[in-house]
Design a protein around this ligand. Structure first.
Ligand code: ADP
Ligand code: ASP
Ligand code: MG
Length: 407
C-alpha cells in the first residue's frame, strides 16, 4: 500500500469523457490498496479563455482579480472529478487550495508555496476517501486567492507529495514521459526512462514545458520521486526524475530544449565605458522585467560598443520603450529589436567531462546555415539564440547529430 500523489493536466481532464477515464484510472490504484491524493488542472483551453475574457475588459487587469478569475477553472475540474469518482462507487472529496490551506506569498500570478496544512487531507484519507485538490492555486496570509504561474498544477502536486511524504508523485499528461526533445517538434524524439533532477531543472528552465520549473525545484529539494506518465495510454514506466546517483548510464547530451518566448533588444553604438551595463539594465530590472541572455560586443570603432539582451516576449513592448529612452539619454546610435527569435539549448550532465560539445553544436548549425545571434553556456548546457524560422531545422539537425534518436 502506497501513498501516491497524482496530477492530471488540462488535456487529461479536457472533457467529461476524459474526466470519467481519469476516474477509472484512479479507481484501479484504489483497488490496489493505495491511498490517493489527486491534483488537477483546469480543462484544456479554459485558463486561456478566461484570460481573453479579462482582456476584453481591461488591457492589464489587476493581478489579484486575475487570480480570483483563473482559479475557477480548477474548481470546476475538482468537483467534476469527485463526482465521477463517486459515480464509480469510490468515496472522494474535493478541496480548493484555500480549503486545504496551501499558503503562498502574495505575489499574484506567480506566488510561491510557503506551507501546506496536511490535517484536512490526512483526515479525509484516514476516512477512506480519495482527496482531490485544485492545482495551481493557494491563499496568502491575508486570505487572498493566489496562483502559482502557468503550468503551476505540477508544483501543487509535487508540493503536496513533499508535504505528505508520499511514496511517489505521478504527473499524468498527453505524452508518456520526458523525451529527448519536444516530440511535437521532432517526431524521432526518444522517451527517456530516467532523468536527473539537475538536467530536468535545466530543461524546464530552458523551455521544456512538460514540467513547471518550480515543481522540479521542489522535487529536487525534498527528494520527491517524480514520474511523468501518459493519462491516455497505459505505460506505467514513463520517465522517473531522480537523483544523479540513481542513474546508471549517463549520455553526454540528454536533451534539447527550446524556448519561443524570447525577444531580443540591442542598443547600437553606446560609449564603451564603465557603468554602461548598469545604466542599461537597471531601469529594465526596476520595471520588473527579467533579462535572460546578455551580450556586449568588443569595442568597435570610436570607443563605441553594442549591447544586446533577451527578455520574455510578454515584456518586449515595455522593454523597447524603456530602451529607447536609455538610448536618448546615453546618446547611443539606435535601438534594434527583434521578437522573431528563439533559444535552443543542449542539456547534459555528461558535458562536464566532455570538451568540444559547443564546437560540435556550432558546426552543425553552420552546416545548416543557421546564424547564431547569441551564445550562453554553463557547466551542463549550451544555449544559442537563432531566428525563429530555423527552430525546427536546428532542433532536428542537432537531435540527429548528437545521436539522440538512438538508444
Ligand atoms: P499538461 O496540460 O498535462 O500540463 P503540458 O502541455 O503542460 O501538459 O505539457 C506536455 C507537453 O510538453 C507535451 O505535449 C509536449 O509537447 C511538451 N514538451 C516539451 N518538451 C518536452 C519534452 N522534452 N518531453 C516531453 N514533452 C515535452
Ligand atoms: N490551468 C493552469 C494553466 O493553464 C495551471 C496548469 O494547467 O497547470 O497554466
Ligand atoms: Mg503543464
Amino acid at each position: 500500500m502506497a501513498l501516491i500523489v497524482q496530477k492530471y493536466g488540462g488535456t487529461s481532464v479536457g472533457s467529461v469523457e476524459r474526466i470519467q477515464a481519469v476516474a477509472e484510472k484512479i479507481k484501479t490504484f484504489v483497488a490496489n490498496g493505495d491511498k490517493l491524493v489527486v491534483s488537477v488542472s483546469a480543462m484544456s483551453g479554459e485558463t486561456n479563455r478566461m484570460t481573453e475574457l479579462a482582456q476584453q475588459i481591461q488591457d492589464t487587469p489587476s493581478l489579484r482579480e486575475m487570480d480570483v478569475l483563473l482559479t475557477t477553472g480548477e474548481q470546476v475540474t475538482i468537483s467534476l472529478l469527485a463526482m465521477a469518482l463517486q459515480q464509480l462507487g469510490c468515496e472522494a472529496i474535493s478541496y480548493t487550495g484555500s480549503q486545504v490551506r496551501i499558503t503562498t506569498d502574495s505575489a499574484h500570478g506567480k506566488a510561491r508555496i510557503k506551507s501546506i496544512d496536511d490535517h484536512r487531507i490526512h483526515a479525509s484519507l484516514n476516512a477512506g476517501k480519495i482527496v482531490v485538490v485544485a492545482g495551481f492555486q493557494g491563499v496568502d496570509e491575508q486570505g487572498n486567492i493566489t496562483t502559482l504561474g502557468r503550468g503551476g498544477s505540477d508544483t501543487t502536486a509535487v508540493a503536496l507529495a513533499a508535504a505528505l511524504k508520499a511514496d511517489e508523485c505521478q504527473i499524468y499528461t498527453d505524452v508518456d514521459g520526458v523525451y529527448t526533445t519536444d516530440p511535437r517538434i521532432e517526431p524521432n524524439a526518444r522517451k527517456m526512462n530516467t532523468v536527473s533532477y539537475e538536467e530536468m531543472l535545466e530543461m524546464a528552465s530552458l523551455g521544456s514545458k512538460v514540467l513547471q520549473i518550480r515543481s522540479v525545484e521542489f522535487a529536487s529539494k525534498y527528494k520527491v520521486p517524480l514520474r511523468v506518465l501518459s493519462s491516455l495510454i497505459d505505460n506505467p514506466i514513463g520517465t522517473l526524475i531522480t537523483s544523479e546517483e540513481n542513474i546508471m548510464e549517463q549520455a553526454v547530451i540528454s536533451g534539447i530544449a527550446h524556448n519561443k518566448d524570447e525577444a531580443k533588444l540591442s542598443l547600437i553604438g553606446v560609449p564603451d565605458e564603465p557603468g554602461i551595463a548598469y545604466k542599461i539594465l537597471k531601469p529594465i530590472s526596476e520595471a520588473n522585467i527579467e533579462v535572460d541572455m546578455i551580450v556586449q560586443s568588443v569595442s568597435a570603432r570610436e570607443g563605441l560598443t553594442n549591447f544586446a539582451f533577451t527578455v520574455h516576449r510578454n515584456d518586449f513592448d515595455r522593454a523597447q520603450t524603456i530602451l529607447q529612452s536609455i538610448c536618448n539619454e546615453l546618446e547611443a546610435k539606435a535601438v534594434q529589436s527583434d521578437d522573431k527569435v528563439v533559444k535552443v539549448s543542449l542539456v547534459g550532465i555528461g558535458m562536464r567531462s566532455h570538451a568540444g560539445i559547443a564546437a560540435q553544436m556550432f558546426e552543425v548549425l553552420h552546416q545548416e546555415n543557421v546564424n547564431i545571434q547569441m551564445i550562453s553556456t554553463s557547466e551542463i548546457k549550451i544555449s544559442v539564440v537563432i531566428g525563429e524560422k530555423y527552430l525546427e531545422l536546428a532542433v532536428r539537425s542537432l537531435h540527429a547529430a548528437f545521436g539522440l534518436d538512438k538508444e
